[in-house]
Design a protein around this ligand. Structure first.
Ligand code: SAM
Length: 234
């Protein structure tokens, strides 16, 4: 799976790309992350990419030309132009369903904004898929782009040590929250591991986990159960 990240701050990704799971996936050739700096496509001596908004108002906007030129160059760097994505608080909110859709694509090309965002003609002309990390404002699209990479690579075959592990994660397979889990010691500060998990009876453990998953979802995220019910009645 190939990711291309177009940003004004490629160095922000240095330590992120070095972390173990991602780094191993890159070394194994399962994931490829390429960073591109919009400033490489500027022509003036200050390498400026931003300008004041027409009509006034605070801050600066990323201008069209360096972004269009950068995108056009980057899209030619592989067999497929890839799915173009704009990270923006105005887009579709990233959730596990969207992550699954993105993981089906061989290549994601992501535009990270800064300042007050992009000149709207970048959205109009390039027609990217617009993705939001959530209903809040980040300083730039880099952390949201890392979120996309971080969530999508878990679904790339071979990246996780145990291929089944993501199936049991919250929001995956069942659409529910994951059941509670425990490791050693059996008793910690008076809190005991539920007896059933020590029984060795896999059928009963499975049943208990399903119940716990449902209970936890009902208590913490009843909206997920409503979504499931609506899907079932549609
Ligand atoms: C300070 S924000 C600009 C926000 C813009 N003025 C607005 O109100 O929609 C700068 C950049 O950060 C990124 N960004 C901020 N919040 C985001 C979010 N929730 N999801 C995805 N990207 C976000 C976008 O790339 C955006 O262009």
């Amino acid at each position: 799976m190939r990711f291309d990240v177009l940003t004004l701050f490629p160095a922000l990704f240095d330590s992120y790309l070095d972390q173990s799971l991602l780094n191993k996936a890159i070394e194994a050739g399962l994931v490829d992350v390429n960073l591109w700096d919009f400033r490489e496509w500027t022509t003036d001596k200050h390498r400026s990419v931003d300008d004041k908004p027409f009509g006034g108002g605070p801050g600066m906007l990323i201008a069209c030309d360096p972004v269009y030129q950068c995108v056009e160059h980057v899209q030619q760097q592989a067999d497929t132009p890839g799915q173009l994505i704009m990270l923006t608080p105005q887009g579709r909110t990233l959730d596990q369903k969207l992550v699954e859709e993105l993981a089906e694509k061989p290549r994601l090309v992501m535009l990270c904004g800064r300042y007050e965002g992009f000149d709207d003609r970048i959205r109009q002309g390039l027609q990217p898929m617009e993705i939001s990390a959530g209903d809040f404002i980040c300083n730039g699209g880099e952390v949201p782009a890392m979120l996309v990479i971080d969530t999508v690579i878990r679904l790339v075959p071979g990246v996780l040590g145990d291929e089944t592990s993501h199936k049991y994660d919250s929001f995956s397979h069942s659409g529910l929250l994951e059941y509670p889990q425990y490791t050693r010691p059996r008793v910690f500060r008076g809190m005991e591991v539920p007896e059933i998990l020590l029984s060795g009876d896999h059928g009963k453990i499975e049943e208990w986990r399903k119940e716990q998953s449902l209970k936890r979802t009902r208590e913490l995220r009843s909206d997920l159960l409503e979504e499931e019910e609506n899907r079932a009645t549609d």
